[in-house]
Design a protein around this ligand. Structure first.
Ligand code: NAD
Length: 426
């Protein structure tokens, strides 16, 4: 389906988000194809029972962990990567032997209706169904009893999902978001190759990922006061190279998904305390729903821009005296879905890994950890629970059943009453 309908998928993503064709391919279509291939290759092994050692208490016996499907699962997905975020959990659920109901996001209607049209053409619709709709339809689905609910979206709706799941004791995976920080250490010097690379990677991880509407896009940068001007200059040069003089006209930048998100984002920068802090960008075009890549420096920390997840093309930079302070700053907030650090300092790298809690982390790049199927993808704390990708997707939709098989030998009399004094001496 993915191979034959690549153009339809790409067109739907363009209709929903003006997603550039290259981004649609790199970030959704090719990753979805990769997830299928990885599951097809690994499945035979994943399905095998794991033989485990016997305990002395059960001697002689054989013990194994047998994977079994959970049953019928519900996948509720979000609008920003509407193809990948729907199909990847479905791949995991099918691989693990479940029946699935997929509820794509109504906020990406072209991709949602493409799923409703295509999936029945390619897969057995007695076990994989698509239900389209918004709050009402999702609410009706959530009243049913499921064997697992896999939800991708924001934390407020996650609470609705979790409350509905609690009624039936249904397990959930919640793939949420948050404010993903990027620490940039000044030892990534301006005039050296590594600094250019850092600026390019930050820029593509922010604006080249759906124009910032991505759960693992950088939400804010922390750098030193001494280094911030060089960092802004470098981002400026990179942005001009990527998107030209007038980024609102660039076909390589996704648009904002709808007028309500456009209004939410423009309100964030209309705030007087924020507007004066804009160093790059700030242009908006309501008709096209476009917002230019925007960089701000030292926005007051109590503004809406700095307290909630931005989920758009605005990138504030916080400055600190010493880069080591940035770890305490991150730890003062909710646990992010992803945390990033650019540095050549091995000790700082180690401190970052040891002392920052996040769903995932990446040193000297942005977002790419999600493309390694050997790494679990998921949040911690406010950024979610449960993980998937690669074999973790299979595990997410699998019950690992403990199975012990004994014969009739190996009797230990002490086990049986009466518990005589002689037995108790053992
Ligand atoms: P969304 O508006 O598409 O909502 C997600 C799903 O929830 C949709 O299918 C929608 O129909 C359903 N929904 C919305 N309101 C509901 C309600 N009241 N009751 C029941 N269902 C309801 O997406 P969103 O929430 O705007 O997505 C953005 C958020 O998702 C961000 O916080 C982002 O960080 C996070 N996100 C996380 C991941 C991840 O993999 N961890 C991926 C993408 C987005």
């Amino acid at each position: 389906m993915i191979e034959e309908k690549e153009d339809d998928i790409s067109n739907a993503l363009h209709a929903d988000l003006a997603k550039p064709r290259m981004e649609a391919y790199l970030h959704e279509i090719s990753l979805a194809k990769g997830a299928c291939m990885f599951a097809l290759k690994g499945l035979k092994n994943w399905m095998k029972p794991d033989k485990v050692p016997s305990a002395i208490t059960t001697f002689p016996s054989t013990a194994q962990i047998v994977p079994e499907p959970l049953g019928v699962v519900l996948v509720i997905s979000a609008w920003n990567y509407p193809f990948l975020l729907s199909i990847e959990p479905v791949i995991g659920a099918i691989a693990a032997g479940n029946a699935v109901v997929l509820k794509p996001s109504e906020i990406a209607p072209a991709t949602s209706s493409l799923f409703a049209k295509l999936l029945p053409e390619y897969v057995d619709s007695s076990c994989i169904k698509v239900v389209e709709g918004g709050v009402t339809e999702t609410g009706a689905l959530l009243e049913q009893k499921w064997d697992k609910i896999f939800y991708t979206g924001n934390g407020n709706v996650a609470r609705v999902v979790l409350a509905a799941a609690a009624k039936h004791l249904t397990p959930v995976a919640l793939e949420l978001g948050g404010k993903c920080p990027v620490i940039v250490d000044s030892n990534v010097d301006l005039h050296r190759f590594s600094f250019k690379v850092a600026a390019k990677r930050i820029a593509v991880g922010k604006w080249g990922c759906n124009n910032g509407q991505a759960c693992i896009a950088p939400d804010y940068i922390i750098t030193t006061k001494a280094f911030v001007t060089e960092l802004v200059d470098s981002l400026k040069r990179v942005l001009e190279r990527f998107y030209g003089e007038d980024p609102l006209q660039s076909a390589d930048l996704s648009r904002i998904v709808n007028i309500s998100h456009f209004g939410r984002l423009t309100k964030l920068i209309d705030d007087k305390e924020v507007a004066t802090k804009i160093q790059l960008g700030g242009q908006t075009d309501q008709e096209q729903l476009k917002i230019a890549p925007t960089v701000l420096v030292d926005v007051p920390l109590d503004t809406a821009l700095m307290t909630g997840e931005i989920f758009g093309p605005l990138l504030p930079i916080i400055t600190v005296d010493k880069i080591e302070e940035s770890i305490a700053h991150i730890n003062a907030g909710a646990k992010p879905l992803a945390a990033y650090l650019f540095t050549k300092d091995k000790k700082l790298q180690q401190d970052f890994v040891s002392n920052v809690s996040a769903g995932g982390m990446l040193v000297n790049d942005v977002a790419l950890h999600l493309t390694n199927p050997h790494l679990p993808f998921g949040g911690v704390g406010d950024s979610g629970m449960g993980s998937y990708h690669g074999k973790f997707s299979f595990d997410c939709f699998t019950h690992r059943k403990a199975v012990l098989i004994r014969g009739f030998g190996g009797e230990a009399n002490a086990r049986y009453p009466p518990y005589t004094a002689e037995k108790q001496r053992i």
